[in-house]
Design a protein around this ligand. Structure first.
Ligand code: PMP
Length: 405
């Protein structure tokens, strides 16, 4: 891996200051900063070949279409999908889950059927299923978690039945960092022929992703959490499923032939890409995947685990600091509260010190309810963070305690 100062130099925003203090950006779970190459790739689209994709015969449209399809190929290869037809561009994880919830629901869910999620889900992997269950008179079942924030596999197995039509679970909890045992979850579901959707929003950026090895049926993620632009995301669906699902949006480009009497749909994956897509975002995402591949996903994982262990040691040394989510398998997220100090007070003082952390429920209210708390302060680290920044966080929290306790 490149040395850390070289890596940080790739990200222009990391060198800015906030309130006269050097920025310590520890909100990577919410969104990641962008390397210059991604900024340049998007800039280049608008500067030199902006034109609508798949529509013109002119040179610019050809070039934009080609780059967009190259980006699709980069995504396919990054997650090791078998075919490019299985890679659908969407607006993000939320867009992808809503697409599956609608289309899968229309095609496969009937009254009395059940969909299983876990207690660790982001609202984006709860609400679309609730909406679908309401539409279809189906039921949402929830895999419970234990006190350290791990899903209870025995309870999961008990939930599986002939009524179960789909499992939709997150790969990693955005609120407390738990890495879920997705392989066990998928294997148990498949032994009963039940398909599985994996929400990879917090998984894709932290290690190697191989959808074929994982054997999931759907895998979704957002570009902005893996150093790419906002407003672009991915829905991977195994061809056998995508081929069966009806489109969830109608419009230009998703059709083969349109008359007032009958419309036929385009082939995969275009059938699920209605209207003008975010092609600059897709191209930027392709560049982001090239960038992290050059750094090396294995090395990223190792470095982030080192940061997590350093942060654990530093923060557990602070008296009165409680960490929520202590699973052995965790990504580099520490979700905490300090004494009885309100999370917003902690977040605001840290902000004045130049430290960006997230405060609140992290769009995972059921997780907070499970722990009986209104929310947490969440520091989420990634490979461009440093041990010095973790020390600054530690000192910042000690300052919060001296001010409020
Ligand atoms: N799932 C998880 C686990 C997440 O962390 C997030 C973003 N915080 C989402 C889904 C939703 O992602 P987006 O807002 O990019 O659609």
């Amino acid at each position: 891996m490149k040395n850390i100062s070289g890596i940080r130099a790739d990200f222009p925003l990391l060198s800015r200051s906030v309130y006269g203090k050097p920025l310590v950006y520890l909100d990577n779970g919410a969104t990641t900063q962008k390397p210059q190459c991604v900024i340049d790739a998007v800039d280049e689209v608008y500067k030199s070949y902006n034109a609508n994709i798949h529509r013109g015969v002119h040179a610019l449209s050809d070039k934009a279409s080609e780059e967009y399809e190259n980006a699709r190929e980069k995504v396919r290869s990054f997650i090791n999908a078998e075919k490019r037809e299985e890679i659908v561009f969407t607006s993000g994880t939320t867009g992808s889950i809503n697409a599956v919830a609608f289309s899968f629901g229309e095609r496969f869910i009937n009254k009395g059927d059940e969909v299983i999620v876990s207690h660790l889900e982001h609202h984006a992997n709860i609400v679309p299923w609730q909406m679908m269950c309401e539409r279809k008179n189906a039921k949402l079942r929830v895999i419970p978690i234990n006190d350290i924030g791990e899903v209870l596999l025995d309870e999961y197995l008990k939930l599986l039945s002939s009524k179960t039509k789909l499992i939709a679970v997150t790969q990693v909890s955005n609120a407390i960092g738990t890495i879920l045992p997705v392989q066990e979850i998928i294997d148990a579901a498949h032994s009963r022929d039940i398909p599985v959707l994996i929400d990879g929003a917090q998984g894709i950026q932290h290690g190697i992703t191989d959808v074929r090895k994982m054997d999931c049926d759907f895998y979704v993620f957002s570009g902005h959490k893996i150093y790419g632009p906002a407003g672009i995301g991915i829905l991977y669906g195994r061809e056998k499923w995508l081929a069966e699902l009806p489109p969830y949006q109608g419009g230009g480009d998703m059709v083969a032939n349109v008359t007032f009497e009958k419309t036929t749909y385009n082939e995969l994956p275009f059938r699920f890409e209605a209207g003008t897509m975010n092609f600059p975002g897709a191209i930027g995402l392709g560049t982001a995947l090239d960038y992290v591949s050059t750094i090396g996903m294995e090395d990223i994982e190792i470095r982030e685990q080192e940061l997590l262990s350093y942060a654990n040691d530093r923060l557990t040394g602070i008296s009165g600091l409680r960490i929520f989510g202590n699973s052995v398998n965790k990504i580099s997220i520490i979700s905490f509260l300090v004494k009885d100090i309100h999370m917003y007070d902690t977040g605001m003082v840290l902000d004045k010190l130049g430290i960006a952390v997230r405060t609140g429920t992290h769009c995972a209210q059921p997780v907070m309810d499970r722990f009986g708390i209104p929310g947490t302060v969440r520091a989420s680290f990634c490979f461009y963070n440093t041990k010095e920044e973790i020390d600054i966080l530690g000192t910042g929290i000690e300052k919060v305690i001296s001010m409020f306790a």
